[in-house]
Ligand binder design. Structure first.
Ligand SMILES: C[S@@+](CC[C@H](N)C(=O)[O-])C[C@H]1O[C@@H](n2cnc3c(N)ncnc32)[C@H](O)[C@@H]1O
Length: 276
């Protein structure tokens, strides 16, 4: 047996991560662990193995296997980006803007990854029809697994941006959300190791400039959105002006800040005021 305080005091990961890894290694809650104050030798070995992986840059969420996003718990692994807190902020704002939904309400999530935005929106607006697309077959498979595990009926479609959507949704989308890739080729090498080596490159890098996918969303969004429809799109913190220019000629637009005060959320509305 190994005393828990001894394990947690080993040099390595910060204390809050150490506690979470210990619960993964033992399958026991922190409360149970603290009550026992001891773990078996195998559990201790498993814990030290997880610490080694974490120190090598494997994201904590991959080691835990799940991540909470708004009201839904999602499986997460190397097939898609680990959903981020700033995207949760986008989800909250999109929910506030839409307000309510009926059976005719249409929600579209482009670049869905693990399905986080689409599934959290379906959870919040059960009557709405929710459609989500992603270029990556792995991401779509993960999103479908999450959809089944949560019992939330979202239509996941593999393909390029709007291309796989049913033509019947043309000019009918009430809420369009997207967290597209927005990193430039040249910025990729400077990303933190747990992002660069463990999130798919296709989820991060848009092309030589970084705004290529955003530009392509802007070319088509107007035609898919219904009158009064909302757009919420995550952008890089240096892309506000470009994003306002791309969407501002046909939507009422503004850029909002994330919790850290960085301008990260483009909000737009077709045929109505988006913001006060
Ligand atoms: C930044 S990740 C966002 C994932 C997820 N929505 C989230 O918030 O965590 C971008 C996603 O866009 C997908 N993607 C990249 N280019 C795409 C394209 N042209 N059409 C559809 N999806 C694309 C990637 O495969 C990746 O899953």
């Amino acid at each position: 047996m190994t005393v828990i305080s001894q394990l947690l005091n080993e040099p390595g990961v910060p204390p809050h991560e150490a506690k979470r890894l210990l619960t993964v290694a033992t399958g026991r809650s922190l409360r149970e662990l603290l009550a026992d104050d001891e773990v078996g030798t195998e559990e201790a070995q498993r814990y030290l193995g997880l610490v080694r992986q974490r120190l090598a840059g494997v994201p904590l969420q991959h080691l835990e296997g799940t991540v909470q996003f708004g009201p839904v718990e999602l499986r997460t692994d190397g097939r898609a980006l680990v959903p981020r807190p700033e995207t949760e902020r986008l989800w909250e704002q999109a929910v506030d803007a839409l307000g309510e939904a009926g059976p005719g309400t249409v929600i579209v999530d482009l670049c869905t990854g693990s399905g986080n935005l689409a599934l959290a929106l379906k959870h919040r607006f059960p009557p709405a029809g929710v459609y989500a697309t992603d270029l990556s077959a792995g991401a779509i498979a993960l999103a479908e697994e999450n959809s089944r595990a949560l019992g939330l009926d979202v239509t996941f479609l593999q393909g390029d941006l709007f291309a796989p959507l049913p033509a019947g949704l043309y000019e009918r989308v009430d809420l369009l959300v997207a967290n597209p890739p927005y990193v430039a080729d040249s910025e990729f090498g400077g990303l933190p190791i747990d992002v660069r080596d463990h999130d798919p490159r296709q989820a991060l890098v848009a092309g030589p400039r970084g705004d290529e996918v955003l530009e392509r969303i802007a070319q088509d969004a107007y035609w898919w959105m219904g009158t009064g429809g909302w757009l919420f799109c995550e952008i890089g913190e240096t892309q506000s002006e470009r994003a306002l220019g791309l969407f501002g000629s046909y939507l009422d637009v503004e850029v909002r800040s994330d919790l850290a005060g960085r301008p990260r959320i483009l909000v737009g509305r077709k045929g109505g005021r988006c913001c006060v």
